[in-house]
Design a binder for this molecule. Structure first.
Ligand code: SF4
Length: 351
């Protein structure tokens, strides 16, 4: 059985695949890892005799965790302890339908839809109008994607029976493009009625990020068109660091984030609204303050270990993550609120 600590070690230290295993995987399934965004790049692992731990681990030849091939079976080692880890482990094949669709379309489908474990993610926008310094999404040119190719890409992604739910993801549009996003939120849940759709977005109304008089009506609108859950990610609560690394989020302001969350929890319900925080790029006391305030809005916090990008910061240590989890659990218990996400597979890159 895998311990929680080992999951965190896999997130921050990655995993080494032997050449023998890589060759086998290439022959058997072709592409065996994701290489899209900074937070989702790596091999998708399902670990545990109860199939209850999911983790995305980046490839790292120096990791103490090693996957090898023995008698056509994948074996899992801790080379530092020189021992085999007694658990079942499976590598999730990236969606063969999306891989094929990308091959047939010069990699075009990648910009519209990605799949990770059981969730497909639609990208209504290529790139992002926000300039968060640690994020790879805004390294792509900003463009509004047309509905028709997104629709086709999602249809392909849903051929994969492992996919059970969909996230309409960021980036964030320019304020003048907010109405375009509103159309997208309306189109997909109506068309693909058999799937639950969540939306990840910054606080917003129909035409403005900061006019909070629009928030309540906008959230009600999202609910009415069939969106099932919201992900409104504060990410960094420390004002100085937020201003430095996420200037547009800083301009929207923590108080607007919290007000939006409060309205969202009233309209959607606690278990349908989460707010992500990055753990390891700001002092823990700021993250924990945000956890407490998110709970007070009636929403669920979600903790994402920081994955370094752009030469900013380092991976947090496993001890830091364990402490963050322990302190967060104490706060959650006070409010009787669970840690998001509730989907076990979507915990692949969270605490
Ligand atoms: S808003 Fe989200 S997608 Fe856009 S740059 Fe910031 S973290 Fe990346």
């Amino acid at each position: 059985m895998i311990e929680y600590k080992q999951k965190l070690e896999l997130i921050v230290n990655g995993i080494c695949l032997t050449d023998k295993l890589k060759k086998y995987l290439l022959e058997k399934i072709g592409k065996f890892y994701n290489d899209d965004y900074v937070t989702t790049t790596g091999v998708m692992l399902e670990i545990g005799n109860n199939h209850d731990t999911y983790v995305t681990a980046h490839l790292n030849n120096k990791s103490k965790y090693v996957l090898d091939l023995e008698n056509d079976e994948i074996s899992f080692y801790n080379r530092k302890a020189k021992e085999k880890i007694d658990t079942t482990i499976k590598i999730w094949e990236p969606s063969p339908y999306m891989t094929q669709a990308n091959l047939n379309n010069n990699g075009e489908y990648f910009k519209y839809v990605n799949s990770h474990f059981d969730r497909a993610r639609i990208n209504p926008i290529s790139g992002c109008s926000f300039s968060c310094a640690f994020c790879s999404v805004n390294s792509y040119n900003y463009n509004l994607n047309e509905i028709s190719p997104m629709d086709k890409a999602l249809t392909n992604a849903l051929l994969d029976e492992r996919v059970t739910h969909v996230l309409i993801s960021g980036g964030s549009p320019k304020e003048s493009d907010l109405p375009f996003l509103t159309k997208i939120y309306e189109h997909f849940p109506k068309k693909f009625k058999n799937y639950d759709f969540d939306a990840m977005c910054a606080p917003r109304g129909f035409t403005s990020y900061t006019d909070r008089t629009q928030y309540r009506d906008y959230i009600q609108y999202l609910k009415d068109v069939g969106i099932k859950g919201l992900s409104i990610n504060i990410e960094l609560f420390n004002k100085k660091l937020c201003a430095k690394y996420c200037p547009e989020k800083f301009n929207i302001g923590n108080s607007n984030y919290l007000y939006f969350l409060e309205c969202a929890s009233e309209i959607f319900g606690t278990l349908c609204v989460r707010s992500g925080l990055i753990v390891g790029l700001e002092p823990l006391k700021d993250t924990l303050q945000a956890v407490e305030l998110i709970c007070q809005t009636g929403c669920m916090p979600m903790l994402s270990p920081y994955i370094p990008y752009n030469n900013i910061g380092k991976f947090p240590t496993v001890d830091f993550l364990l402490k963050a989890k322990e302190k967060t659990d104490e706060i959650l218990a006070k409010y009787n609120i669970p840690l998001a996400p509730l989907c076990s597979k979507c915990k692949h890159n969270t605490l």
